[in-house]
Design a protein. Sequence first.
Lengths: 222, 393
Amino acid sequence: MIRFENVRKTYYIGGEEVKALDGIDLFIGQGEFVAIIGPSGSGKSTLMNIMGCLDTADSGIYELDGQRIEQYSENELARIRNRKIGFIFQNFNLLSKMTAEENVELPLIYQGLSASVRRQRVAEAMALVELTGRGKHKPTELSGGQQQRVAIARALATRPSLLLADEPTGNLDSRTGVEIMALFHRLHQEGNTLVLITHDQKVADQAVRRIKISDGKVEEVT
Amino acid sequence: MVWQCVKMAFKAIVANRMRAFLTMLGIIVGVIALVVLVSLVTSAGDAVTEQVEGLGTDLIRVTITDDGGRPLQLEEVANFTLHEDIGAAAPVNQVAATARFGSERGRATVTGTTPSYAEISGVTMVAGRFLRTTDVDNNTHVAVIAERAAEALFGTTEVIGAPLSLNGRPFTVVGVVEDQESLTNLLMPGHTIYIPYTTAVRMADHLSSAVTTMIVSAADGDMNAAEAAMDEMLLERFRRNPDAFGMFNQALMAEAMDEITNMLTYLLGGVAAISLLVGGIGIMNIMLVSVTERTKEIGVRKAIGAGRWSIMFQFLIEALVICMIGCAIGVALSWGILEVASFLVGDVMDFRISLDVVGVAVAFSLFIGLVFGLYPANKAASKRPIEALRYAG
Ligand SMILES: Nc1ncnc2c1ncn2[C@@H]1O[C@H](COP(=O)(O)OP(=O)(O)OP(=O)(O)O)[C@@H](O)[C@H]1O
Ligand SMILES: [Mg+2]
């Protein structure tokens, strides 16, 4: 499903170059549950942004479902992000002026679904993250963990085939963290592809496959 | 999708009520300026045109300004009527006089003329008779007075045969006519009294027997033909000196009025349009600020699948909605202002909102929303998702 070949991404800050990704080769198949683990600043978020079609690599090949990403137009990429990918951001990225429900509904609006279908999907997703009844709250009226779960509900609402989560348990207490992980396991068992980013070894251990990233290079952990 | 964008735009506007209102203010003021000014001018213009057109019989007023040493004689006036396009012609002169009956006195404008005057200017007799040719030939001291004058001086309109003194000269009233709402009458102060042309000439030192003003009617309502005929005959009479005389008729006046109102409409409309334009620039400013402020939001929307067009559309619709709401408020306020203005001026004039200009205002507001919304919307739509997401605002 995902294939990286010698992917590089270099940032230049004040004349100094930072090799965020330094020749990544990676294959993730359909239905896999992968944890990417690495210390802060190792390039995890950069990798995930490229995987999620939010950013593009400087060089190398990224194939999603057998097609190279650079062959898509800007609008096609938006469509892919909308339908194929569920993105859970490290910092949630919820829209603060909208209620939890409206946040979850947003990607469905861009899919052009009818209001009744949207309402049903939103209710399902909210139930999945156990936030039924909190739909009318604004993100600022929710705890960090609840916001995290709204972000997850938003990613799940579109029923994406690839779920990308950047530190989904980073802001949660251990009990909620365990619940979220249980939810991921269930999604995995239902056949979804999951890529999880974490710097927490205990969380990583729960994934089926672990990939370690450091200084922009990946290695398989067995 | 379109409907969703409209809804989102409304939400964004409601979320920033105060700012949206301040943005609208420019459009509101612009629309009010446009609608009120143009409506005022067109209403006033219509009223004046209506009045000019309602002045009754159409006639040509000829003024001799430079006779070149060959003054037009009273006997010559009849010659003009020989032309097939001319109906009748009557010389006119005027004397300001004090009219007196017993102890009752009042200011009057005395018009000296000939019998044709009645036909040309459409005088309606109430009692008695109008001036006769013999009155003019013998410069008799007879007077035809208007109804209002009769009532003011005599307290009744049954005044045939009554004695009347004008500037101390004794006259006998021979006829009473209806007051005319004609332009010339409106401009004349005091009571309206008609006496024979020749008699009037003897009443005032400044009047000579030379005819300087006459009124002419067309043979069968064809004013243009009559005017052309008069022009040709007068040119002939005054050695082809086009500056010797001037002609004037009510159709011409109505036309001139129309032209003035049109000019005023365009002028004021143009000024108001500029203020609308300024309002549009205000919208662009606020939209640009809004786009920067909402960079993160744009990033999130793009990250979860909003395409370029969706974002563009959202911001464009927002600008359009602000413009249209502003326009609606402006039109409503304009209507109110015009109602109040109509109420204040009373019966004199009825200021009605001009639907044409409302249409223009709506179209112009839409246009402005589109033009000034396009740039900020495009700016929003072109943001790269990853950079927009990183924006710390
Ligand atoms: N937009 C950017 N401009 C410049 N440098 C960047 C940018 N984004 C990331 N970097 C650099 O690239 C490297 C990798 O960053 P990245 O965000 O991928 O780390 P990370 O593994 O996600 O860290 P964390 O666990 O703290 O989230 C870092 O050294 C960072 O400074
Ligand atoms: Mg990160």
